[in-house]
Design a protein around this ligand. Structure first.
Ligand code: FAD
Length: 436
């Protein structure tokens, strides 16, 4: 019977090293990263990336044949809990979204030639990528509705359509675009993935859409920095046939490959954020006085602390369990667990950050603390990568697989159960009371 909540000591040493590295080397850059252009940020992070590679922790989410360590999801989850504390840390470790998911997609779907052209340079940090599925005029929650079409014409695919929320498209070297190739096929056999290099004639980036994170995108024109969510028009955009990843109709199959492990890493990164916000909450509760006592002695603040501690602990255990399930039974058998933590991790982080803002009062609302930025980012994750409701649908569907319908009374119907019990044990019951 194995039921162990401890880390293995050797990997704990790795985690301790990552913690020190993130706090001492990445945190100081993270504080000023919004003020840096890409060349300056690259200059500061290049030696850190080299150190991560030297330690064999670069792109650790990949299988060994792709240069990763084959660590398994549980260890990766523990790593990402630390990386989540600062937004640039995943990039320094070679596993920032959407590049990490795209490299996994290319690993399973690309030909050797396509890997040489896009995947290996992506893994090396030499190229940046984007994944473009969502469209403004159909529900992203139901990708069988996508309308962007790719039609074969001679040696090319010709793409026409309208996408948006293509994160990092403006600065990416290539986009993986989900398109309809077979409109008359069954819904999940209609789509395919095509690489469109940036720039390609006919692909027009209309704008980076203003969001809660970047309300005024025109103010964020720092040279070459990613992070924008682009609206894109494809107008007779031609790409050669060998830009298709996999076969026509395999788009949904490939889309699923991007998401399994990535969602666990996302959830643990969010927990890293939640823990950082919680640390701030606790420090403030010990440091500020009102009405003749420190905040820690107000019961409502204690309630915030207790609720947050429980939230973080439950989300952490749930996420580690999902990672363990994925390691033990594979991604396909862990859909319920992965959907649970995608939903619950974002919810917990959102609530804890919100309570931390509250306990800091006006200061919590200011840009003098990282909380307001964390809050805005965290809000997006209840929509991005699947809205909360859609993950709940997946959870409910998977849960219900373990149940069967009954005819007549529910199986817990007391009079029916009692009848059975009386048949077996009636001689011991005072049946006199039966008619009372
Ligand atoms: C910050 C950010 C980054 C993103 N990055 C990318 C990216 O890089 N590439 C990309 O392709 N997309 C990206 N997206 C888009 C994201 O994947 C979609 O927003 C998401 O899938 C939801 O689609 P939608 O916005 O069209 O909302 P809709 O599908 O229109 O859903 C709207 C709401 O309807 C409700 N709803 C929908 N379906 C159901 C259901 N079955 N049951 C109950 N309620 C339901 C939910 O409340 C949902 O929030 C990003 C989004 C954000 C916010």
């Amino acid at each position: 019977m194995a039921w162990d909540f401890s880390n293995d000591p050797e990997f704990q040493e790795t985690l301790d090293w990552i913690w020190d590295f993130v706090e001492n080397e990445i945190r100081p850059i993270d504080v000023i990263q919004e003020e840096l252009g890409k060349p300056q940020l690259d200059q500061l992070t290049a030696p850190l990336k080299e150190e991560v590679k030297r330690r064999k922790l670069w792109a650790a989410h990949l299988d060994p044949e792709l240069g990763g360590q084959g660590l398994g999801q549980l260890k990766l989850a523990l790593m990402h809990e630390i990386l989540g504390r600062y937004s640039i840390a995943p990039e320094v470790f070679g596993n920032q979204a959407p590049d990490s998911g795209n490299s996994e997609l290319l690993a399973v779907g690309a030909t050797e030639e396509q890997k040489d052209r896009w995947m290996w340079p992506l893994l090396d940090g030499k190229l940046r990528s984007c994944f473009s599925m969502t469209e403004p005029h159909v529900a992203g929650s139901d990708p069988t509705l996508i309308q962007t079409r790719a039609v074969r014409d001679g040696d090319d695919w010709v793409i026409n359509g309208h996408k948006w929320f293509a994160s990092n498209a403006s600065t990416a070297d290539f986009l993986i675009v989900m398109v309809v190739t077979d409109p008359d096929a069954a819904p999940h056999r209609r789509a395919a993935m095509i690489v469109v290099e940036n720039p390609t004639p006919g692909m027009k980036i209309v704008r980076n859409v203003g969001t809660m994170s970047h309300p005024y995108p025109s103010a964020y024109k720092r040279e070459g920095r990613g992070g924008g969510h682009a609206e894109i028009l494809f107008e007779d955009c031609r790409v050669p046939l060998d830009h298709m990843i996999g076969q026509p109709g395999e788009g949904f199959l490939l889309a699923q490959k991007r998401l399994g492990g990535g969602r666990i890493h996302h959830a643990m990164r969010l927990l890293g954020q939640a823990k950082r916000a919680f640390d701030m909450l606790c420090e403030r509760a010990l440091s500020r006085e009102s009405h003749g006592r420190t905040l820690r002695d107000h019961q409502m603040v204690q309630d915030f602390i207790a609720e947050s501690a429980i939230d973080i602990e439950t989300a952490r255990l749930l996420t580690l369990k999902a990672a363990w399930t994925m390691d033990s039974t594979g991604a396909a058998n862990s859909r319920k667990e992965i959907a649970m933590i995608k939903y619950y991790g974002a919810k917990v982080a959102y609530n804890v950050i919100d309570r931390s803002i509250q306990v800091h009062g006006a200061l919590g609302y200011t840009t003098d603390l990282p909380l307001e930025g964390m809050y805005r980012q965290c809000r997006a994750l209840r929509i991005a990568d699947g809205a909360d409701e859609v993950h709940k649908v997946t959870i409910a569907k998977n849960v219900l697989r373990d149940y069967e319908a009954v005819e007549g009374w529910p199986s817990e119907h007391i009079p029916t159960r009692r009848e059975e019990a009386i048949r077996r044990f009636g001689h011991l019951v005072d049946l006199h009371t039966e008619n009372l």
